[in-house]
Unconditional design. Structure first.
Length: 172
């Protein structure tokens, strides 16, 4: 289990710190079954930011997302794996910071593809990535690469009771 090394309560109105389990459990239950858009923020080689919406899922206690190998996002991650991923979950806005690295292990690709299929995207494993009958037009031709986010820090802002704002640190 990915557990934070430290939690900091950022709420200025007196609410208690939010437990990471709230965010983790929502990620596990809402992906891939609910229509969520995650936004991945990367950095271009010249330092300018780039953001794009992706479909992401929580598998094996980590966030995974797909990108075409020729996309700006994939090229940025190849040069600098540091990124952010943000999403609005039911009652909780979450922003995660960390590093995204390509996953090519067949057993992981098989597990993640199965979860994507549960959510309605007919992903199959091919040539170290995914292929399917449909994908975002901007992704380019398959196979599409799978990335796993290694969490360094995350922020949660609760927009439903119990309210609160917290930061979770996963690295010392």
């Amino acid at each position: 289990m990915t557990e934070p090394k430290a939690t900091q309560n950022l709420d200025r109105s007196g609410s208690a710190a939010l437990p990471w389990s709230r965010a983790r459990d929502l990620l596990a239950t809402q992906t891939p079954k609910e229509d969520l858009t995650f936004f991945v923020g990367t950095v271009r080689p010249d330092g300018r930011p780039h953001a794009a919406g992706v479909g992401a899922i929580w598998v094996d206690d980590a966030l995974h997302f797909v990108s075409g190998p020729g996309t700006r996002r994939a090229r940025n991650l190849a040069a600098n794996p540091a990124c952010t991923v943000s999403v609005r979950l039911r009652g909780l806005d979450v922003t995660m910071e960390g590093e995204a690295h390509r996953v090519a292990e067949p057993e992981v690709l098989d597990r993640v593809a199965a979860v994507y299929r549960e959510g309605g995207w007919p992903a199959t494993v091919q040539d170290g990535g995914f292929t399917a009958s449909f994908m975002a037009a901007s992704a380019g031709p398959p196979p599409w690469h799978l990335y796993r986010l290694t969490l360094h820090r995350a922020f949660g802002v609760a927009c439903a009771e119990p309210y609160g704002v917290s930061r979770w640190d996963f690295t010392p």
